[in-house]
Ligand binder design. Structure first.
Ligand SMILES: C[S@@+](CC[C@H](N)C(=O)[O-])C[C@H]1O[C@@H](n2cnc3c(N)ncnc32)[C@H](O)[C@@H]1O
Length: 225
């Protein structure tokens, strides 16, 4: 089946196809988000288990192929900085290349719907301004589109979501965790992204955004509760 890829995503998707079929495009995408998320996380909060997972993943590729993962980072930076609003770029690419896991019922909310939901849910700006901060939670976050839309809505209401909102995301699928984490990193959102089954309160891995670590949100959260 031929899938229509929007022009703006073409360079990124072409880079995913660097091996001309030696690796499946969805595997390259998954490995890319996993390694990029670990690189960000370990830069700010080093954990050997995450490093081992990174090394195990990069090992699948030949040295001459590593450059394509750096190029993908560059292309993603370009895509995100070309957007006027906070946008779920990775979720849109994930859907386009058909990387959804049917087993985990991964059907993500389209961006325009997520934005409408955020508008409806946030309500009165006055109420928000009176609070120290708010917490926003998605226990089945996918690529994080609902949380990104809340950040976008706060931003459009001139509320500084970086200091006024703590985002808590969870997903059973590590790749979804990584997509959410990367995008929260790009938009300087303070947050925690947990891998685990929300139905049984499981926590397999936890990723903390640089904004969360650097602005000491763990202390702010304890005080503000
Ligand atoms: C229907 S999608 C919704 C994603 C996102 N909230 C959105 O609106 O686009 C559901 C997500 O839940 C995740 N999921 C399914 N069962 C889960 C569970 N028990 N605990 C945590 N996440 C789960 C899937 O991996 C998938 O990413």
């Amino acid at each position: 089946m031929k899938v229509y890829i929007e022009n703006k995503y073409k360079n990124f998707v072409n880079l995913l196809k660097f091996s001309y079929g030696k690796y499946h495009i969805t595997d390259v995408f998954r490995d890319f988000v996993l390694m990029f998320a670990i690189s960000i996380q370990n830069w700010f909060y080093y954990r050997q288990e995450y490093e081992d997972l990174y090394l195990q993943t990069i090992k699948k590729y030949q040295k001459s192929e590593h450059q394509f993962f750096f190029k993908l980072v560059g292309e993603l930076v370009k895509l995100i900085s070309n957007e006027d609003e906070i946008t779920d770029v990775l979720g849109e690419i994930y859907a386009k290349i058909g990387a959804y896991s049917k087993q985990n019922q991964q059907f993500f909310t389209p961006t325009h719907l997520a934005k409408a939901m955020a508008k409806l849910q946030l309500g009165n700006v006055e109420d928000l301004n009176k609070k120290n901060f708010i917490t926003v939670n998605d226990p089945a976050c996918g690529s994080g589109v609902l949380l990104l839309s809340v950040a976008n809505e706060l931003d459009s209401k001139k509320i500084d979501y970086k200091s006024k909102a703590l985002f808590v995301a969870q997903d059973i699928d590590l790749i979804c965790v990584c997509m959410t984490y990367i995008q929260m990193f790009f938009y300087n959102m303070a947050g925690i992204v947990i891998q685990g089954n929300s139905l049984i309160n499981e926590q397999i891995r936890v990723f903390y955004t640089p904004e969360y670590i650097m602005k000491k949100w763990n202390e702010k959260y304890k005080e503000g509760r």
